[in-house]
Design a protein around this ligand. Structure first.
Ligand code: GAL
Length: 442
């Protein structure tokens, strides 16, 4: 028996090693796994993907364009109502004040939202990067909606700090950090100043504490490396409302590759970059993130407050506290969700920066169970570049419809990156996503 285990371990190590070697042989940031993607026309897709580029949503222009959807409707008012509710992937999406929605790398979910009297109602909450500041120092913005078409801006709920003095002098920051020492304020400034990376913010409502917990990718250069993604940590902040303000608690390295497995980047343990959160039906929450220099995705269980891991990385038990998914596969932009069939799905992109590439889905019966590669969920023309998007969220509407939400990054003007929502369906247990230039939510 012992012998068998040893053999099994050796085999697993060899497979792991092969995957790491494959992943380490890079071409423009891609692994061998993704070279096929590279040659399949990264980035731009066919014209149909950009049909809405010059449209706004929801506006008169959107109405005019989608008005043709139902030619039988002659009554003007009825036509207006129908046309107003179309989703236009890739259009410029406006909030209820008429401003462009700034919620990139974001997440949409139904959660209790308190009004000014503290009375909570379920609303859709959209959290994301406010890219008005460009690549670095993004504030985190939140919008709320009752119908997924009309989004009300709740503000920049977590703000990057402009100067060290601002923490002492600006009432917004004073109120949040009044009980902090000067050294602690130095550290906060160091972590979330305007020259740092604040990306892929995600939210959870913590029922036990009746508060909201924000996780995000917190990064920066280090003394050793000017590359802006060398710190590789997960930032955490909390608030009593999704409308903020969120108070920064700290930033952390996360789970580490167990000694008996092959670490694809042993020189930098516990890295956390692109990330997402998932809350299971029993309230247990998980963070999923790319680690080992973007070579391996992890899923780690959170503590009951959702503010840190369930167990310190040094003491964590593999498959009880965390799991590594397909070491060396070089995936990022992870999205973890549970289908109506009770199966867990992990969608991700390859690692080609702002350029789109081929999506992949893995699925499993249990979070810490055996993950199977389901391949590319996208079908049809431009499926090889995820319809020129990168995954950031999959959500379910009140009516039970599943929606894929990806970012179409505009690397020359990140604030003008577009949101792409598409209906996500299940064919048996497989996820299927098809391009639609416009669609009405069920
Ligand atoms: C992407 C990542 C984005 C951002 C970008 C920077 O791969 O998903 O969130 O970090 O790289 O190049």
């Amino acid at each position: 028996m012992k012998h068998c285990n040893k053999k099994g371990k050796r085999k697993a190590k060899l497979i792991g090693l092969a995957a790491c070697v494959a992943a380490t042989v890079t071409l423009s940031g891609c692994s061998l796994y993704d070279i096929a993607d590279l040659f399949s026309g990264l980035g731009k897709g066919s014209e149909a993907l950009y049909a809405n580029e010059n449209q706004q949503m929801p506006t008169e222009v959107a109405e005019a364009q989608t008005g043709s959807m139902d030619n039988n409707i002659t009554d003007e008012a009825e036509q207006k109502e129908i046309t107003e509710i179309a989703i236009l992937p890739g259009a410029s999406w406006l909030d209820t004040d008429g401003n462009v929605i700034q919620a990139h790398g974001g997440q949409i979910q139904l959660m209790p939202v308190p009004d000014e009297n503290g009375v909570k109602t379920e609303k859709y909450v959209w959290v994301g990067e406010d890219k008005s500041s460009g690549h670095l120092g993004n504030d985190v913005a939140v919008y709320t909606s009752d119908d997924l078409y009309h989004w009300e801006f709740q503000g920049d709920v977590f703000r990057a700090v402009e100067s060290r003095e601002q923490l002492d002098e600006d009432s917004y920051f004073q109120e949040l950090y009044q009980d902090h020492t000067s050294d602690e304020l130095d550290e906060i400034y160091n972590c979330i100043n305007k020259n740092t990376v604040i990306e892929r913010p995600k939210l959870l409502y913590n029922h036990k504490n009746d508060n909201y917990v924000l996780w995000f990718h917190s990064d920066d250069s280090t003394e050793k490396n000017t590359y802006k993604y060398d710190v590789g940590m997960a930032g955490v902040a909390v608030s009593d409302s999704p409308a903020g303000p969120f108070k920064f608690l700290g930033r952390y390295r996360l789970s580490q590759c167990p000694d008996e497995q092959i670490d694809c980047f042993p020189s930098s343990k516990g890295e956390a970059r692109d990330m997402n959160l998932f809350q299971d039906e029993d309230g247990t929450a998980y963070v999923t993130y790319t680690s080992e220099n973007n070579k391996t995705l992890y899923i780690s269980k959170l503590n009951e407050d959702y503010t840190y891991l369930s167990t310190d990385p040094e003491k964590a038990v593999y498959k009880e506290d965390f799991i590594r998914i397909f070491p060396g596969a070089m995936r990022e932009a992870p999205v973890l969700f549970k289908g109506d069939n009770g199966r867990y799905y992990l969608m991700s992109s390859s690692t080609t920066g702002w350029m789109s590439n081929q999506a992949r889905v893995w699925s499993a019966d249990e979070i810490f169970g055996d993950w199977q590669n389901d391949g590319n969920p996208c079908v049809g023309t431009d499926a090889d570049i995820t319809f020129d998007t990168q995954s950031t969220c999959v959500f379910q509407t009140k009516e039970g419809q599943w929606i894929y939400y990806g970012d179409r990054w505009n690397s020359t003007d990140l604030a003008d990156s577009r949101y792409i929502w598409l209906p996500l369906n299940f064919d048996g247990n497989r996820v299927v996503i098809k391009w639609e230039s416009d669609f009405v939510l069920k």
